[in-house]
Write a protein that binds this ligand. Structure first.
Ligand code: ADP
Ligand code: MG
Length: 251
């Protein structure tokens, strides 16, 4: 579903991704862990074309998003409608939910299907109610974000991303900004999605979630993937000293 090879990314002289390779098979759940500043968010932003790589190649759902710096091949970078179409294949959930404050939960969920995919309001509304049921928010459908808890807002954000019928979901520390008591409800929704076969890339500090919901764990440090493998193996018997010291700090 996602194949990224040899990714480099620079901000000015600062190298923030260094020869990163990540492959995500359909239905696979990959957790990305690592210290703050190691390049996890940058990687996600590159995977969905929100940030440009300096070098490397990314294919999403069979479409070449970008290829740069391959001596044998011309550079390619999707732009405009093609880039937007590819981006719609990937649902993204950030640390901050960024819901539209002047729209109800349902309003937030139908926004993109109606305005981007051209779905009728009736059809989008019916689908939105199904999605809100899926994230356990049937009773909050007509509430505005300011009247929802952080966990509820984040669940609306997940429903909103799902409304575009993405082929994969990217989560960037989706629970880091939440009150501790609402973290569990958001992780439960993410676990359900994973169990349902959704392809997911999850940047998280929730090692428990990574251990039991992820198939594979990728550990980043200073812009590189320092270790990767089956979740239980990497988290229980890490071989890289940098993984070991990171895990000692977060567990
Ligand atoms: P993480 O998500 O693992 O905490 P980030 O991907 O946010 O790491 O950041 C990786 C590095 O890239 C950091 O050193 C950060 O300061 C730098 N960085 C991120 N975004 C930008 C930007 N827009 N401009 C300049 N530097 C950036
Ligand atoms: Mg980050």
């Amino acid at each position: 579903m996602i194949e990224a090879t040899g990714l480099f990314k620079h901000y000015g002289p600062h190298e923030v991704l260094r020869d990163v390779c990540v492959t995500v098979a359909p239905g696979e759940v990959v957790a990305v862990i690592g210290p703050s500043g190691s390049g996890k968010s940058t990687l996600l932003r590159c995977l969905n074309g929100l940030a440009e790589i300096t070098r490397g190649e990314i294919t999403v759902a069979g479409t070449l998003l970008v290829r740069k710096g391959d001596p044998g091949q011309p550079d390619i970078q999707l732009h405009g409608p093609d880039l937007r179409a590819l981006r719609a294949e990937l649902g993204m959930v950030f640390q901050r939910y960024n819901l539209f404050p002047h729209m109800t939960a349902v309003g937030n969920v139908i926004e993109a299907p109606v305005h981007v995919r051209g779905v009728t309001v009736d059809e989008a509304t019916e689908q939105a109610h199904q999605l809100l049921r899926r994230v356990g928010l049937t009773h909050r459908a007509q509430h505005y974000p300011q009247h929802l808890s952080g966990g509820e807002q984040q669940r609306v954000a997940i429903a909103r991303a799902l409304a575009m019928r993405p082929k994969a979901m990217l989560f960037d520390e989706a629970t880091s900004a939440l009150d501790p008591e609402t973290v569990g409800e958001v992780l439960a929704v993410m676990r359900d999605l994973a169990a349902d076969g959704m392809t997911m890339v999850v940047v998280t500090h929730e090692i428990g979630f990574a251990r039991d919901a992820a198939d594979r764990v990728v550990v980043m440090d200073e812009g590189s993937v320092v270790e990767e493998g089956p979740a239980k193996q990497v988290l229980s018997e890490p071989t890289n000293p940098r993984t070991q010291s990171f895990l000692r700090r977060v567990i």
